[in-house]
Design a protein around this ligand. Structure first.
Ligand code: SF4
Length: 369
């Protein structure tokens, strides 16, 4: 059995660690690239969302590399994510790949459902080994996300643009290579230090911009032209509440115990939206309410044709919260130059708004200018 899974950010690293510990042959897909996109677009129904197309491209590439058991997200959600697995399996079979798709319907079965899938894929490994491998994978996931949070902060005020990204790339490789807890902890300490030692611009007063929207396009940099890096280059500190480690903590462990981190966000969205509309649309609205006075602006990322995010986008102009929002629809037609132009204009607007607010708060300055 040769197992693989589509990309979503750095998720392949903890999954690789988990399966390698159980002696399962895991094939990491090539990093999502232009060929992945071309394959996905070529073989997908045209109107499907970009997460479907890119993950299909990943699956075709790993099938070409010999993977025969493909783990994909599934379940019975409101949006079309629930159909992904079946349609992608059908397309791969029509292309002549002898693969089996295993759905990770974690939303229904939670932690034990996932462990049962791992047990099956690991040829019935003992539970103790499965739990130990899972814990190690989780540790890698948490380490990756911790480092990424720090990178989001450092990028905004680094003196030499790109310094944090270079260290981040080295950190990802080092985390991937670490094969025990001690080396993983040492890697985390080292890279937190390297990032903290990056020379900062003492005059920097970074704008804070939150990134909200659909889970996949938030987490897969190829799908959004690495928008967080681009914002960093513009001197912006990015805040994002969606991380795979957070999702894992709540969805697998705390939700079954009755703790739902999304309750607060859903409650905040209630004046505008009273129910789940699938995907992450409800959360996009709630996050705008919650962060209204906390951030300078919001970037709302949405896959083109994604109904939940289209509904969220249409609700935004009617909200009383006035934090500026830039919605960007991601698909195969999106061009980087166009996205950068919109980002620069948006950041310019936020900067002017901040200056305007500062002047209003200090009336004495008005007479000086
Ligand atoms: S939330 Fe939107 S983009 Fe994501 S799977 Fe559902 S329809 Fe597609």
């Amino acid at each position: 059995m040769r197992v693989s899974t589509p990309h979503m950010g750095n998720l392949y690293i903890p999954l690789k660690a988990l399966f390698q510990r159980l002696d399962v042959d895991f094939i990491a897909p090539p990093l999502t690239n232009q060929r992945t996109l071309s394959l996905g677009v070529k073989y997908s129904p045209e109107g499907l969302c970009i997460p479907f197309k890119l993950t299909l491209g990943n699956l075709i590439e790993v099938a070409e590399l010999g993977a025969d058991t493909l783990l994909v997200p599934g379940g019975s959600g409101i949006c079309r994510l629930g159909y992904y697995a079946k349609i992608q399996e059908q397309i791969l079979h029509e292309l002549g790949h002898k693969i089996e798709i295993v759905q990770m319907g974690v939303s229904e079965q939670k932690f034990f459902g996932l462990l049962k899938i791992i047990k099956r894929l690991s040829n019935d490994a003992p539970w103790t080994e499965i739990v130990s491998a899972f814990r190690f994978g989780l540790k890698k996931l948490n380490t990756l996300d911790e480092i990424e949070r720090l990178v989001q902060k450092v990028r905004a005020s680094e003196l030499e643009k790109g310094a944090a990204n270079r260290i981040y790339a080295r950190a990802i490789t080092a985390i991937d290579k670490a094969d025990n807890y001690n080396s993983l902890e040492a890697v985390e300490l080292d890279y937190v230090n390297y990032l903290n030692q990056i020379a900062k611009n003492p005059q920097a007063r970074p704008l804070v911009v939150g990134i909200v929207g659909e889970f996949y396009v938030l987490l897969e940099p190829f799908s959004n032209f690495d928008i967080e890096s681009e914002l960093g280059k513009l001197g912006v500190e990015v805040r994002r509440s969606t991380f795979i480690s957070e999702w894992t903590k709540f969805s697998l462990f705390l939700n079954p115990l009755g703790v739902n981190e999304k309750d607060r966000i859903h409650k905040a969205a209630l004046p505008y939206l009273k129910r789940d509309i699938g995907g992450d649309g409800w959360e996009s609205i709630g996050e705008r309410v919650i962060h209204n006075n906390e951030y300078n602006g919001l970037v709302h990322l949405a896959p083109f044709t994604c109904l939940p995010e289209i509904m969220a986008q249409n609700i935004m102009p009617a909200m009383k919260e006035n934090i500026p929002v830039l919605t960007i629809f991601c698909d195969e037609q999106m061009a980087k130059a166009g996205m950068l132009t919109r980002l620069e204009a948006f950041i310019d607007l936020l900067e002017r708004k901040r200056r305007g607010n500062a002047k209003q708060k200090t009336p004495a300055l008005r007479s000086v200018e």
